[in-house]
Design a protein around this ligand. Sequence first.
Ligand code: HEM
Ligand SMILES: *[C@@H]1O[C@H](CO)[C@@H](O)[C@H](O)[C@H]1NC(C)=O
Length: 326
Amino acid sequence: MSPSKPTLVFVTLSVLLFFQSVHSQLQVGFYKDTCSSVEFIVKEEVTKAIVKDRGLAAALMRMHFHDCFVRGCDASVLLDSTPSTTAEKDSFANNPSLRGYEVIDSAKARLEAVCKGIVSCSDIVAFAARDSIEMAGGLGYDVPAGRRDGRTSLASEIIGNLPPPTFNVDQLTQMFANKGFTQEEMVTLSGGHTLGRSHCSSFSDRLYNFSGTSMQDPSLDPRYAAKLKQQCPRGSTDPNIVVPMTSTPSIADAGYYADILANRGLFSSDHSLLTSQATANQVVENARNPIKWKAKFAAAMVKMGQLDVLTGTAGEIRANCRVINS
Ligand code: HEM
Ligand SMILES: *[C@@H]1O[C@H](CO)[C@@H](O)[C@H](O)[C@H]1NC(C)=O
């Protein structure tokens, strides 16, 4: 009897994760002797939050991405601005769109009560992202841990580290390459847009102001464009209006890739994956083989979670995820 497709995917994923963890300074089970209930507690808080608001799965996954791409996975995204500095969370890329901070706060409060000063905020974010993906129907994965928290967060570091929705495929490829990702991994991770929602401002130029004209982006499916125009009136800057990324914004499926193929990718950056042969082939493959995409996505998230991490005695274990220790 030959092994089933899911079995093969599982074996492949385990091998991938094994080799990645060999190179990492992080460890699966890092807290087993110091705070053995950590992953259970985080999962409980994440589950509670997502049951109340399904959209939080998207939010917590994106939080890990925005943390890791700016200064590494050091929970810099969680720090509040101070009188002298504007923090990442108050930059245009995160305010008002990044959410879920209170879920991390409640997990942290419970962890401080049972194992004070042990668990970093950056590890909590990594666990929460994994739990969110799993709850949304993606593949679960082991999270190597042992990250420590940074002491700096600057809104000025967003540009050059986080991609804007106007990027073309070469710009996306370059920015992900700067973080050590292949172009295929960039396409895989873009599938994060299978979950969640967006404010109108992230794509309204495609509806009303394509390339600085008063045209509509000709690469956008006209029926989809008409629907988006209804939801996002010209000139609207209402932060309360949000549009779902896909028709199933709470399910981690490969619908994102099918949408792109139908010219229903929400952002220019999403659509741009069709504009090179190599990335277009990846889009087709992911649309056709969602199980394989889920496995590749899980492996890419593990890799992302190791970007420029602080370990050992570097950084600190913050007592409150919103402020550095005094
Ligand atoms: C490839 C380059 C990427 C670009 C240009 C991009 C851009 C954006 C933009 C503009 C939004 C909407 C913000 C708003 O107006 O509300 C957004 C939302 C989102 N992004 Fe990305 N993103 C990228 C990659 C990723 C990756 C790698 C992930 C995760 C693995 C991700 C996960 C999400 C999620 C889940 C949301 C919805 C958040 C929510 O519902 O709260 N994105 N992204
Ligand atoms: C229209 O697009 C151009 C660049 O393509 C930009 O400079 C301008 O601010 C946009 N106008 C509006 C009203 O958003």
